[in-house]
Every structure is written in structure tokens, then in C-alpha cells.
Design a protein around this ligand. Structure first.
Ligand code: NAD
Length: 245
């Protein structure tokens, strides 16, 4: 087996991030499970260890650049320099623009977009030194198509595409790729209180006829994070059951 790589997954306490962490671990990577509070990482870390994998939990608010830098330093000294970074942490503060306050705008941009920038910047030096790296940013169909009541979230998720394209151009020659996954509607805590009518409309519109699950998203992320995807960079991959065909 080749040397174990260190994979960082933000927002890995639950939902899509947890499944990505589990699958990256079963693919043989040592996983740094990152969530806002370290105590929230315990479930994911224990599940990985129970399956024979290597994992450690780290608490970090990705929107805070000093916290992001310190967390990547701690991961580097405890597990090794990150070779794989999955920027998955995200929040919603949905409301129509006329009712949106500055805090709802600023917080969503800070976590969903600046958070990915902070974590990427903190990981890049190590990846450049190793001349190998994989960055996968989790955007959303909303970032590609917009969403009423989601100006902050759509702007942050669209911003992730620009961040990814620039990253791909800056560091491609160093063996580092950067790609975007844009999930559709995935069954997690984030979508648990969506109105029934909206869920019905997604199920009706998507050719596959159902909502997605974290298990639909994680394998694509794992592929992009592997050696198999070394000639693929700056791409936006929709995992949405064909919702916007
Ligand atoms: P979730 O609410 O279940 O999990 C979000 C995770 O992000 C949690 O682990 C939380 O602790 C973490 N997080 C939040 N703020 C953080 C911060 N400041 N610093 C560090 N971690 C933080 O959400 P999910 O549905 O699993 O979504 C995961 C990602 O996928 C998000 O970026 C979301 O925008 C995106 N996404 C989700 C869907 C969906 O339908 N669920 C669709 C498209 C995109």
C-alpha cells in the first residue's frame, strides 16, 4: 500500500461531510475530522476507527483565518501535512433579500466562501512542497442557478467556483488539482425543514425521481481526491439527479 495521505474534511460532524470523511478513510487516508466544536467530531471519528481507519477530531471555525491556520498546523503536527482538503463546511441563513440583514449576508459569505479560502491557503504550502494535492470545494446547485431567498448562500457558492478555478490555475503545475462538486437537494439536517411542496417539486423535476443522499455525493469526492483524477482540474461536477437538465 502506498503511504497514507492526510485528508482534511471540514464540516465532517454530520451530513455530507461525515460520509465523505468515512469514505476517504476507507480509501486508506488518515482523516482530520473538522467541525466547529471538537466534541461534535466524536461520532465520525469513532465510526472511522471502528471500521479500522485512522481519524482525529479538530475543532475549528473555518471563517476565522487564525483558527484555520492553527488547525492546519495542529493537523500537520499530529497526523502529517494535509494532501487532500475537502471544503465542505457550510451554513444557510435563508430569507428574501429585502428582509436579509447584514449579519445573515456576512456570516454566510464568511463560513461558506472565506472559510474555504482560509483552509486552502493554510494547506497550500504543504501540498506545494509535496508536489501533490487535491482540493474539492462543495458548492451547490444554488450557486450555479440561484435561489429565491438565498442571495447570500448563492453568492457564496458561486464564489467557490471562482475560487476553485483560480486555485486550479495557480497550482496545477505543482501536481495540485482543485474541483467543485455541486450537489442538488441532499437529505441532511440542512434540508430537513424544507417545505414539503419544494421537496415534491424536486422529486418530480429530477429525472432520477428522488432526493440525494450523502452516499450519492461522497464517492465522487473520493474519486476527485484520488490519484485517478490527476488530469482533471477546475471542473464543476453536478451531483443533482439531473435536476437542471
Ligand atoms: P449540515 O448542516 O448537515 O452540516 C454542515 C457541517 O458544517 C456541520 O458539520 C457543521 O458543524 C459544519 N460547520 C458549520 N459552520 C462551520 C464553521 N464555521 N466552521 C467549521 N464547520 C462548520 O449540512 P450538509 O447538508 O451536510 O452540507 C454540507 C455542505 O454541502 C455544505 O457546504 C452545504 O452548503 C452543501 N450542500 C448541501 C446540500 C443539501 O441539500 N444538503 C446541497 C448542496 C450543497
Amino acid at each position: 500500500m502506498s503511504e497514507q495521505r492526510v485528508a482534511v474534511v471540514s464540516g465532517a460532524s454530520r451530513g455530507i461531510g461525515r460520509e465523505i470523511a468515512l469514505q476517504l478513510a476507507s480509501a486508506g487516508n488518515a482523516v482530520a475530522v473538522v467541525a466547529t466544536k471538537v466534541e461534535n467530531t466524536v461520532g465520525t471519528v469513532e465510526a472511522i476507527r471502528a471500521a479500522g481507519g485512522v481519524a482525529q477530531g479538530f475543532g475549528c471555525d473555518v471563517s476565522n483565518s487564525a483558527d484555520a491556520t492553527a488547525t492546519i498546523e495542529a493537523i500537520t503536527s499530529e497526523l502529517g501535512a494535509p494532501a487532500i482538503l475537502i471544503n465542505n463546511a457550510g451554513i444557510t441563513r435563508d430569507t428574501l433579500m429585502l428582509r436579509m440583514d447584514d449579519d445573515a449576508w456576512n456570516r454566510v459569505i464568511a463560513v461558506n466562501l472565506t472559510g474555504a479560502y482560509n483552509m486552502t491557503k493554510a494547506c497550500l504550502k504543504g501540498m506545494m512542497k509535496a508536489r501533490w494535492g487535491r482540493i474539492v470545494n462543495i458548492s451547490s446547485v444554488i450557486g450555479l442557478h440561484g435561489g429565491a431567498g438565498q442571495a447570500n448562500y448563492a453568492a457564496a457558492k458561486a464564489g467557490l467556483v471562482g475560487l476553485t478555478l483560480s486555485t486550479a490555475k495557480e497550482v496545477g503545475s505543482r501536481g495540485i488539482t482543485a474541483n467543485v462538486i455541486a450537489p442538488g437537494f441532499i437529505e441532511t439536517d440542512m434540508t430537513s425543514d424544507l417545505p414539503e411542496a419544494m421537496i415534491e417539486s424536486v422529486v418530480k423535476t429530477a429525472p432520477v425521481g428522488r432526493l440525494g443522499t450523502p452516499g450519492d455525493v461522497a464517492p465522487i469526492v473520493c474519486f476527485l481526491a484520488s490519484d485517478l483524477a490527476s488530469y482533471m482540474t477546475g471542473q464543476v461536477i453536478s451531483v443533482d439527479g439531473g435536476l437542471y437538465l
